[in-house]
Design a protein around this ligand. Sequence first.
Ligand SMILES: [Zn+2]
Length: 604
Amino acid sequence: MSATPHQYSIRLQNPGAHLFEVRLLVARPDPAGQVFSIPAWIPGSYRIRDYARHVVSIRAEADDLEIELTKVDKSTWQAAACESPITLIAEIHANEQSVRGAHLDTTHAFFNGACVFPAVVGQEDHACELDIRRPASAPGSDWRVVTSMRAQNAGKYGFGTYASENYAELIDHPVEIGNLAIGEFEVAGIPHTIAIRGRTRVDMGRVCRDLNTLCEQHMRLMGKPEDLDRYVFLLMALGKGYGGLEHRWSASLVCARDDLPRKGDVGVDKQYRKFLGLCSHEYFHLWNVKRMKPEVFTPYDLSKESYTGLLWVFEGVTSYYDDLALVRCDLISTESYLEILAKTITKVMRTRGRFKQSIEESSFDAWTKFYHQDANSSNATVSYYTKGSLIALALDLMLRLESSGKCSLDTVMRECWTQFGETGSGMPERGLESVACRLSSTDMSDFFTRYVRGIHELPLEQLLGKFGVRLCLRPAEGLRDKGGKPAKQGRKLHPWLGTTLVNRNGRPVFSVVHSGSPAEQAGIATADEAVAIDGLKVTASNFDSRLKGYHAGDTAEVTVFRGDELLKFTVRLEPPPADTCYLELIAKSDKGTEQRRTAWLSGG
Ligand SMILES: [Zn+2]
């Protein structure tokens, strides 16, 4: 006999005060005193967030009488010993507008279950029912509900009861409630929905068509997961914003509303390309990290940090395929893809921390380093997203070369999916490596030792050359130069100070001082407020042009405020490093090279 489901309900109690009321009825509590807990982190975002801090009040009842509820630690409560069903009643503050949070106001409601639903400790495997209560009056009485959670007693996009197989599933279905723009399409016969919150003039038909093309591309590569019978994109379109969080049957996204195409727009501009890349990234995650996970995440322990050296596989490989999928299904051109790739290479080239931290260490330390960035991060750490995606690229190209096209990262990922994903066993720490070695019949251990566990520079120039792509490096043309394109003709290069100057609260502040740079040698520190160079006022917008008056080897006097003290430094300027990448198609490549490139960029 299956256990009685836990009955959760959520009410938009006071939108003006950002308060949800959550109730949880446990039919058969632990007679010794039922323990309840709220997750400390949310899968996909590797940082301790302690969601229990948003609990404003919490109490328990049994037989219509209040029973004692003792707080045990920051995230845990224990009810008094009790044989009768217990109802837990919590008031939860929700004012975090992010894909990882919960947010309620008079315009909408959004929540991740991890932020609002206590777990019944020891009974996490019980089925869960969730009643999403319709407000009796505005605001909210005419809103629609969109979630990938299975409706049990609710109309399409309606308030009512939803069901999950267990607690882990309950908190893996974010819910958006509001006046939503909704689009629908099918991928391999599976219904897909996109729900957009925020004022937009989006061309929904176009978004659905393009997402359909994109999702089909991923489905062709990885194959349909057996339990994928619906999928939902929940999108917040804000004035500014970018990000996403993956789930098994859905993704939460935030973008700038200007990233979305409007009626009459044609072509894929940079902003829309960014949006499509974000959707592509989160959709690929439905295989890579939601169904196929690091072994240590099966199951997740949401009470504390969970360490793995594999985040680069789950984020880096996903970051590699997100943009690659766009060119493979012709949403963007080869030139456009190479521009994005060159920008990623530029980002990594400007991260001196790549010589300090391996990508395996970057993954392992995500909790305390990647998710706790400070001014020294780019000198001491490297991103498992960007560097991880370049390792994926190098691995893909190397496998294709070594096996004469028989093996690639595509075949390795499909095999990993079969072995670690479909089985639900999870990927061991060296799982990808062993599959790559076996499928290519090549000893790849040197590759993993050098580039994954080591800090060697990736041989991208040689590898890309074998695929008819020339990797070119040049100095940056200014603070806003992110790479991806050749230098502009005739633009005068300015010498290098080795800092980034940003506008912070109306003041020009050095946000990064690169290790070994002239600025560091002179003593300029991050958080110093720039005042002047050789007596002339400096701002974030005139910094580039101020430096253009100088040559490498010149000295300049830089004045800054450190706190409220004025300091002067003499800086000897250096030639700018060639850390800005662009990629060119090699016009006259031999047939073999062209075939390799076509196979890579078309997924053959
Ligand atoms: Zn991701």
